[in-house]
Design a protein around this ligand. Structure first.
Ligand SMILES: Cc1cc2nc3c(=O)[nH]c(=O)nc-3n(C[C@H](O)[C@H](O)[C@H](O)COP(=O)(O)OP(=O)(O)OC[C@H]3O[C@@H](n4cnc5c(N)ncnc54)[C@H](O)[C@@H]3O)c2cc1C
Ligand code: FES
Length: 362
């Protein structure tokens, strides 16, 4: 038996990777995608297989400056290849975590992560035909979805329109080109804003607009749309779709970009617990803490040394979504939770203040 066959046989029957049991992921490969975008492939520290939906993300705990900073990264790989996961990270100039990842993560380096999380996936919204729209590094969840279709349903009708600054910034360029050869109904269209120093762009140019979408995807109305990118890009997509009278019940989006979303103010972070407080217990960890009436549950739990999944801390990303087993909270979220989830007893602990003693499933 070949080494590969042996290793596949050995991996049969492995448990699903569970961050509650062992949250360390070991980097096994690094690949440059563009001058400022790099992919990192990870394996579980203890043998396991990854189970997630295409489009979901992990929240990484990154050890920056002696502390720990959380950031979400989409699993860009496909769950159809469950022994490894990869994330693809754009280096944000002046950012805290992405430059650190580019500089420090090499094969052998371990990082802690929780997840998978998120509901930006075609699995929740199956359709006959899709339009994937991405701007810059927002391509990652769409790439996971495209890779999953490549492996499981290569005949699926997908138009994948990706917006990049220049041809040198097109992430997954070669892989998408080869996928098009394997998938008869996949059409990849890349739109660039400008030429690269060494390459004149011969394809469509410009920024997303109603006229451009109507031209590139004439049967847009028949498609289920998945959109990811910077907040300004997605705002432009929504405006364009609105101008085209697109049925927005067929529109799904995920933003990577908390900083520039300004539709609603972030909830004010209380500075200190008040004299009146409540007992908050966590059913899985067995921990119990006191939370001031003006404190967010996540803030108090962090101060008490608890490590809970979180990212934006503004009620936007859904990373901290937890089941409220008993008690009442005042939750001021910014779209990170759906009404039906609230009706089912879920809360975002980063933007929830207690109104009574609480029991939370964590
Ligand atoms: C669900 C989800 C999935 C994601 N998936 C991906 C992915 O697949 N790939 C990917 O690359 N990213 C992804 N992101 C984004 C990622 O989580 C980080 O936000 C991103 O890498 C930037 O983090 P950073 O720490 O490097 O930058 P940050 O430190 O958060 O800074 C971001 C930018 O803001 C600027 N900035 C920071 N502080 C200030 C300030 N006080 N005033 C003005 N400007 C400031 C920085 O210069 C930088 O340009 C995802 C985000 C979410 C929510
Ligand atoms: S941490 Fe993002 S919604 Fe709570």
């Amino acid at each position: 038996m070949s080494v590969a066959a042996q290793s596949i046989a050995l991996r049969d029957g492995l448990p699903v990777w569970n961050a509650e049991l062992d949250d360390e992921l070991v980097c096994v490969a690094v690949r440059d995608e563009t001058p400022d975008v790099r992919s990192f492939t990870f394996a579980p520290r203890t043998p396991a297989r990854f189970h997630y939906l295409p489009g979901q993300f992990l929240t990484f705990d990154v050890p920056v400056d002696g502390g720990s900073v959380n950031r979400c990264y989409t699993i860009a790989s496909t769950p159809t290849r469950p022994d490894r996961i990869s994330i693809t990270v754009k280096r944000q100039a002046g950012g805290v975590v992405s430059p650190w990842l580019h500089e420090h993560v090499r094969p052998g380096v371990s990082l802690r992560a929780v997840g998978p999380m998120g509901d930006f996936s075609f699995v929740a919204a199956p359709a006959e035909a899709y339009l994937f729209l991405s701007g810059g590094s927002g391509i990652t969840p769409l790439m996971s979805m495209a890779r999953a279709h490549h492996d499981l349903a290569p005949e699926t009708d997908i138009v994948f329109v990706h917006f990049a600054r220049t041809p040198a910034d097109i992430v997954f360029r070669n892989e998408l080109a080869s996928m098009m050869q394997m998938m008869p109904n996949l059409r990849v269209i890349t739109v660039c804003e400008a030429d690269a120093p060494g390459e004149r762009w011969g394809g469509p140019r410009g920024r997303v607009s109603a006229a451009m979408l109507a031209l590139l995807v004439p049967d847009l109305a028949l498609r289920m749309v998945f959109d990811c990118g910077p907040a300004v890009f997605m705002a432009a997509v929504r405006t364009a779709l609105g101008a085209l009278d697109f049925d927005m019940s067929r529109y799904h989006e995920e933003s990577f970009d908390f900083g520039t979303i300004t539709e609603a103010p972030a909830p004010a972070e209380p500075t200190a617990p008040t004299a009146t407080g409540f007992a908050v217990s966590f059913s899985k960890s067995g921990r119990s803490i006191a939370v001031g009436a003006d404190q967010f549950v996540l803030t108090a739990a962090r101060s008490a040394g608890m490590r809970l999944p979180s990212s934006c801390t503004k009620g936007m990303c859904g990373t901290c979504k937890s089941r409220l087993i008993s008690g009442q909270v005042d939750m001021q979220h910014q779209g990170g939770i759906r009404q039906r989830e609230i009706d089912q007893g879920m809360i975002l602990i980063c933007c929830s203040r207690p109104l009574s003693d609480l029991v939370i499933e964590r």
